[in-house]
Design a protein around this ligand. Sequence first.
Ligand SMILES: [Zn+2]
Length: 114
Amino acid sequence: MCFYDQHQMSCGDYKWSHFRQHCSKEYRTGETCGMKLVMNTIQKDNKCKTCTKIDVKHGRLRKEEDRIERWYKEEQRGHQRGASIDASKETISKLWEEINDLQWERSQAQMQTR
Ligand SMILES: [Zn+2]
């Protein structure tokens, strides 16, 4: 078991940081073993990488939804927007897929650090 610092991110996730100390078992070899133990927990103001990515994708989702809403209104005024709306809907479903993947990644990371 070796000691590491750990960052607690503002989203509530934990992230391993700098290596601090070998455990007695690995001290002589100078190598780190697979087991990580927490030396210090440092509070961070920012979210973890995965949550930041999820936020960005949610932002893009909102933008697409705004665009669709605008196009619907334009259609009501007689403009052809069907192709744009379809393309945007496709983008939205792709974004949801990506968000699902990231959320899965996030849950995997939580299992590793707790
Ligand atoms: Zn996070």
